[in-house]
Design a protein around this ligand. Structure first.
Ligand code: IMP
Length: 206
């Protein structure tokens, strides 16, 4: 059971777990409420989400707390990445969020690729109904580009170009963005890197 209401994340986890014969059931599908993410660290918010789902269902739950951290913005938006896209009526608009990041980068005079360094971070939390928890963290380094490129993926994917690639995440298929296959030691995205650690610990991947 995946303690998430985020459709982009759910689609990625469905793809990552499919080779192991698991189907993903989301917190939204199970009618679970979305807890308030009050933490200031990815680990704290991941725990809040996974614990709420594990307690509500009596089953182990896996959550993902993730975000984008820009060096020139002292790590912002970080744990507030989703909030920067949230409109007053509660809907999310990532075009507006990407424009906000771009505006702030320009205000800081961050114009060169080096000044526009950023990373995506994902922390997965596997939590049991008794509150015991395990954490798996993945990060991917890259830079923020403008204008956005690509219609694939979700969130801030169109403005993030990982190191060593000419494409943004928004121009990659899910498989390319994961860069990961069972049995391979490689993974590209922050989520796939965190998932690899989870798979090694819990799904018998060596
Ligand atoms: P959370 O649901 O509070 O963890 O919010 C994480 C936010 O970070 C998401 O809503 C996305 O905006 C952003 N994010 C996390 N992972 C990715 C990704 O793989 N691509 C693009 N945006 C991401």
């Amino acid at each position: 059971m995946l303690a998430s209401h985020n459709k982009g994340k759910l689609a990625e986890f469905a793809g990552l777990l499919a080779p192991f014969g698991y189907e993903v059931r989301s917190a939204a599908e199970l009618g679970l409420p979305e807890p308030e993410e009050t933490g200031t660290e990815f680990e704290q918010n991941a725990y809040i989400k996974a614990l709420a789902a594990a307690k509500a269902t009596g089953l182990p739950a896996l959550s993902d707390d993730s975000g984008m951290c820009a060096d020139a913005l002292d790590g912002a938006p970080g744990v507030y990445t989703a909030d920067w896209a949230t409109l007053p009526d509660g809907r999310r608009d990532f075009r507006i969020a990407m424009e906000k990041v771009e505006h702030l980068l320009r205000e800081k005079g961050a114009l060169t690729p080096e000044e526009r360094r950023a990373r995506f971070v994902a922390v997965l939390c596997l939590c049991f109904p008794d509150g015991e928890a395990e954490y798996y963290r993945g990060e991917v380094e890259g830079r923020l580009i403008w204008p956005p490129r690509g219609e694939l993926g979700f969130g801030y994917d169109p403005v993030f170009q990982p190191d060593g690639y000419d494409q943004t995440f928004g121009e990659m298929t899910a498989e390319e963005k994961h860069g990961w296959k069972p049995g391979d030691r490689q993974a590209l995205s922050h989520r796939a890197r965190a998932f690899r650690k989870f798979a090694e610990a819990r799904l018998g991947v060596s």
